[in-house]
Design a protein around this ligand. Sequence first.
Ligand code: HEM
Length: 136
Amino acid sequence: MPRFSRWIIRAAFIYLLLGFTVGALLLTHKGVPLHPALWGWLPAHIEFLLVGWVVQLTMGVAFWILPRYWEKPARPKARYAQVAFGLLNLGIWLVVAGTTFGGGRWVLFAGRVAEAVAVALFAGHAWQRIVSREGM
Ligand code: HEM
């Protein structure tokens, strides 16, 4: 597994831990009220688990496992995937800042734009690697 995949998958596991922790607190809060502000963390719970965990784990595994080329570079446009990783994480925290931390709709919007660009860049990297066994 390439180093970049190891990093992105590790990051995904950190989001899994964060998302489950917030989820467990929310679940507890439903039975035993802990703090009135806790419901404000629901958007963070969703963002950590759907984007931070599910999307990032998929990206990390896809970067590793999609067909490579024998000739150099084995993974063309790897830089696109790396920039996508940075933008996706920026996007996650902007969304959390815009919702849970009350940053407002423009911060949320900026986060979603960063995430959308990250997805487009990752797709741009992966496109050439979606090939058959014969390389077509
Ligand atoms: C990959 C795993 C998970 C994902 C993608 C996920 C996603 C979501 C989403 C989308 C919602 C909003 C549902 C809605 O508003 O209708 C939600 C709500 C919630 N989640 Fe999760 N979740 C995950 C795991 C967990 C875990 C492990 C826990 C608890 C330990 C948890 C606790 C909660 C609670 C308490 C709510 C609020 C439910 C309510 O509105 O009454 N989640 N989750």
